[in-house]
Each structure stands twice: as structure tokens, then as C-alpha cells.
Design a protein around this ligand. Structure first.
Ligand code: SAM
Ligand code: SF4
Length: 346
């Protein structure tokens, strides 16, 4: 459906857990306060929200987290969401560390594409950013995914990760080389001032692009490539893959934004920047009792099913309709969102 500003909202990002096996320093350097399992949406609840979203025009789903693959039922979720009438694509964003053994199950479940977050190919820097020495695992998963014919996008946050001046000049080289050897889309994404990201100096990916062009003068904009998102793509002659940039701050693309976001605890939001939204979990559980221990919430058939469905649809319609016109990252004092990126899903 269209929002109040006339944008067609057909994309929902869903964080399915706050937990993660890495400690990226711009995301959750000290880990998170672990929420209880029942506080996180169950697969059935996510399916129900997606089915309702589909009836309002949502067509594309991105599963994210925390790290979605720490949730053991992630592949089953993909299968469930692929079977929802109206949903055209289900993709996932992962740090890639646990990915390799899940590739076949994800394919079998019908996954339409995998985004793998990888900020550097330099071993020491990878470890400094993520807190772990897992670069080989991630690269292996990327190669294997490509071999299986999966559409792979590699997402690298563009920011200054180290204090020393000039210490990361050319960090993009290894990532760009990846696009030479493999048919993957390597995208540089501007750091946003959300959560710990606030304490980093972001780099305008356009500057990186200029550096890349100096080294690869054949770099040309690829007008044919349009995803569902804000990336602008470029080709370099002889490369199997492409280079993309997402200028979340300097190239404010809110006028074309097509997405809403569901947090792991079931809060539906219209924009990364603001806390506004609706607690869909409360609506769905409708005062039901929660387990005392750290157990998942058990789905129960409700007597007032039709009324809950009606309220759910109304609440989702409102969030979509009232989606804010634009973020205000350039005026941080106006931001109201206090959650970190791991809860919102990036
Ligand atoms: N764990 C998964 C992963 O890393 O892909 C999914 C969740 S993670 C929060 C999703 C994406 O958000 C990652 O690509 C991560 O680099 C990005 N991200 C986290 N904090 C960010 C920030 N402040 N600005 C821009 N991107 C950010
Ligand atoms: Fe985990 Fe992804 Fe956040 Fe890194 S960016 S800590 S991998 S959720």
C-alpha cells in the first residue's frame, strides 16, 4: 500500500533475534542484555504478521538480526514465509560465520538471495572490528554460496574503524578484488548514527568510489541494475561482480524508501531514526500468560481470532500510512530511537 507521502511500501525487514556470535564494535561491542526467549516473536507470530503485511502489499522480506543464523529454526522460517500468499522474495542478511552448513537447507527452503556483511578482507582489521578471527569461514561461505548459484551481496560498512590517521586507506581494495574474482555485488554502506554507530566517523562511500575509480578508470555506472533498495551499482571491465554504494547519510534517499521494520520483539516501525511504531506482539498475544522460564512462547489458537486479525491489520496499516517522511540523522538531537542496530535489524 502507499503511505501518506505516496511511497509504495512493499518491503519488510524482520529481526528474528537480538543475539549474535560476533561483537562488531559499531553494533554490539559488549554484547546485549539477553532478553528471554518468550520475548522474541515465535515463527508462527512472524508468519502471521507477514501474512497480514502481504494483504497490505508487502512483497519482499529480509530476515535479519542480531545474527539470524544463531536461531536454529531460521531455515524453517524461510520456508514458512515463502509459502505466504503474496510474498515474492525472502532474503537474509548474515555475518556469514555460521552460514556454510546452512546453505543447502536455505536453498531448499527457497531463499532468494543472501547478504553477507563483511567490512574488510584484512585479517587483523576483521578481528579488531568483530572481536573474532572468522574471516576464513566467511570467505568460504561466500565462495560456496556462489558455487550453489545463490545471489550474493557483500555489504561493507564504510567508516573509520581505527584511530591512527590513514591507517585504513585502501581497505576497499580486498573487497573490490572480491568482485573481480566472483559474481557478487560488493556494496559500501555509509555508517549511520544508530546505537554504537554514533561514535564512529562515517565515510561517504562516494569518496571511496572516487578512490576506486582512480585505480580502475574503467569503472562505469550500471544503469540497468536496480534492486528493491537504494544501492547505486557500478561495473569494472573484466570483473565478474559489481560495486555498489549506499549513501544513507550523504545521499538521503528517503523519498524512495519502501520499507518498514519489525524488531525481534515484535515492534513494527516506519523509520530507523524514530522510536514510533506499534507493539504487534502485545496485539497478537492479547494478554496471554507468558512462560516463567526461558522458553519460547507457545502459539495457542485464540477464541477472538477474527478480532485480533482485524486489530493487527489496522495497526500495520497505520504504521505504513504514517511512515515518517525522512530520517534526521544529520540532526541527531531530533532522533528518538534508542534501540541498537542489533534489535532493529540494520
Ligand atoms: N548479523 C547480521 C549481519 O551482520 O549481517 C544481521 C544484522 S546486522 C545489524 C545488519 C547490517 O547492519 C550489517 O551489515 C551491519 O554491518 C549493519 N550495521 C550495523 N550497525 C550499523 C550502522 N550504525 N550503520 C550502518 N550499518 C550498520
Ligand atoms: Fe552481530 Fe551483525 Fe551486529 Fe556484527 S553487525 S555484531 S554480526 S548483529
Amino acid at each position: 500500500m502507499k503511505d501518506i507521502h505516496g511511497r509504495n511500501i512493499d518491503y519488510m525487514r524482520i529481526s528474528i533475534t537480538d543475539r549474535c556470535n560476533l561483537r562488531c564494535k559499531y553494533c554490539m561491542p559488549e554484547g546485549i542484555d539477553c532478553v528471554k526467549r518468550w520475548e522474541i516473536l515465535s515463527l508462527e507470530e512472524i508468519r502471521e504478521i507477514v501474512a497480514c503485511g502481504a494483504s497490505l502489499g508487502i512483497r519482499h522480506i529480509k530476515i535479519t538480526g542480531g545474527e539470524p543464523l544463531v536461531r536454529k529454526d531460521c531455515c524453517h522460517l524461510v520456508e514458512l514465509l515463502k509459502s505466504v500468499s503474496g510474498i515474492e522474495t525472502v532474503t537474509i542478511t548474515t555475518n556469514g560465520v555460521l552460514l556454510e552448513p546452512y546453505l543447502k537447507p536455505l536453498l531448499k527452503a527457497g531463499i532468494d538471495g543472501i547478504n553477507i556483511s563483511l567490512d574488510t578482507l584484512e585479517r587483523n582489521l576483521y578481528q579488531e572490528i568483530t572481536g573474532q578471527d572468522q574471516l576464513d569461514q566467511v570467505l568460504k561461505a561466500i565462495r560456496q554460496a556462489v558455487d550453489y548459484g545463490i545471489l550474493v551481496k557483500v555489504n561493507a560498512v564504510a567508516a573509520k574503524f581505527r584511530e591512527e590517521k590513514g591507517s585504513e586507506a585502501g581497505n576497499w581494495r580486498g573487497l573490490v578484488e572480491l568482485a573481480r574474482r566472483l559474481p557478487v555485488h560488493v556494496r559500501f554502506i555509509e555508517m549511520m548514527p544508530v546505537g554504537y554507530g554514533k561514535s564512529f566517523q562515517s565515510t561517504d562511500p562516494k569518496m571511496l568510489l572516487e578512490e576506486i575509480r582512480r585505480e580502475y578508470p574503467g569503472l562505469k555506472k550500471d544503469e540497468r541494475m536496480h534492486g528493491f533498495g537504494p544501492a547505486v551499482y557500478y561495473r569494472i571491465p573484466g570483473f565478474l561482480g559489481s560495486i555498489g554504494v549506499i549513501r544513507a547519510m550523504h545521499g538521503k534517499f528517503c523519498g524512495e524508501c519502501n520499507r518498514v521494520r519489525l524488531t525481534s520483539q515484535g515492534f513494527l516501525k516506519g523509520c530507523l531514526c524514530y522510536e514510533d511504531g506499534v507493539d504487534l506482539r502485545a496485539l497478537l498475544r492479547d494478554g496471554a500468560e507468558m512462560p516463567e522460564q526461558d522458553k519460547h512462547y507457545q502459539w495457542i489458537k485464540r477464541e477472538n481470532e477474527a478480532e485480533i486479525q482485524r486489530r493487527l491489520k489496522e495497526a500495520m496499516r497505520r504504521v505504513i500510512w504514517e511512515k515518517p517522511a525522512a530520517h534526521c540523522f544529520e540532526r541527531p538531537e531530533r532522533m528518538t530511537e534508542r534501540r541498537g542496530m542489533s534489535a532493529i535489524g540494520g
